[in-house]
Each structure stands twice: as C-alpha cells, then as structure tokens.
Ligand binder design. Structure first.
Ligand code: 5GP
Length: 130
C-alpha cells in the first residue's frame, strides 16, 4: 500500500500544495506547528530520510532550501527551521517551519488551527515565490 504522502503526491488525497520539481513535492502540514509549516518529500517512497541515495538526498535538500526561501518571503519570521522526525509517516520528509525562537520548533505545543481559506492562501503565496 502506498504511503499517505505518495497518495497525496498522486492527487488521490487532497493537500495544500506549495510546489514540486521533478523529484520532490512540497505541501502544507495538515497540523501546523506554525502557519507556513511545510513538508518537503521525495516523490520516490523511501521510509527513512537518511536511507535516500545521495542524488535524491541532495535533490531534496536543495529543493527544501528553495522552499525555505519562499516561506521566508511570505511568512514574517527570523529563520525557517528544518526538522526531521519521521516517526508518524514512513515516507521521508523534511519539516520547514517559520520561527522566531527555538520554542517555535516545539512539536508538542498545541497545533495551529487555520481555516481552509487561510491554508490555501498560505500555500498559494509560498508557491508563487518558488
Ligand atoms: P513525523 O512523521 O515527521 O513524525 O510527522 C508527520 C507529519 O505529517 C505530522 O506533522 C503530520 O501533521 C503530517 N501529516 C500526517 N498526515 C498528513 C496528511 O494526510 N496531510 C498532511 N498535509 N500532513 C499530514
């Protein structure tokens, strides 16, 4: 069975898409730690980020850097933080989160509830900067 992220990439499951390139795909995390929390994933389904082959790993990180710069243009923040967890979804992914302090990277705090319109607006705005 394809991972939830493969089903998002194929369009079977909806998402707030930010952008894609040949090998990678970016969309908003459905339970954002902060507005503008984006997941960047390789289209190839590999469970663990650090098991990606070198080309795919480098491609993903370069794509993540582009997405991070786009996030920073749209979401007021000091930095865009990057995190790798991967305990929930067995499809490699990078979290990109606009932050103003270390505390903003806290995955335990209550998640932001944004309306569909807000999520769509954020995804479109970041995507337009890619
Ligand atoms: P992790 O595997 O890094 O521990 O967490 C997986 C992340 O994927 C979580 O932040 C969760 O909110 C997000 N996530 C899980 N399922 C979906 C989904 O169906 N759509 C979107 N957009 N994000 C998801």
């Amino acid at each position: 069975m394809a991972s939830i992220f493969s089903r998002i990439i194929s369009g079977e499951i909806p998402c707030y898409k930010v952008g894609e390139d040949e090998k990678n795909f970016a969309f908003l995390d459905i339970n954002p730690v902060a507005p503008g929390h984006v997941l960047v994933v390789p289209k190839k389904e590999v469970d663990y980020l650090f098991d990606l082959d070198t080309d795919d790993y480098v491609s993903l990180q370069l794509f993540a850097a582009k997405v991070a710069k786009a996030i920073a243009k749209v979401m007021p923040c000091k930095r865009v933080g990057e995190a790798v967890i991967g305990l929930d979804v067995p499809h490699a992914h990078i979290h990109l989160i606009p932050i103003n302090s270390e505390a903003d990277m806290n995955f335990f705090k209550e998640k932001k509830q944004l309306s569909e319109a807000e999520m769509q607006h954020i995804a479109d705005a970041i995507g337009a900067e890619l």
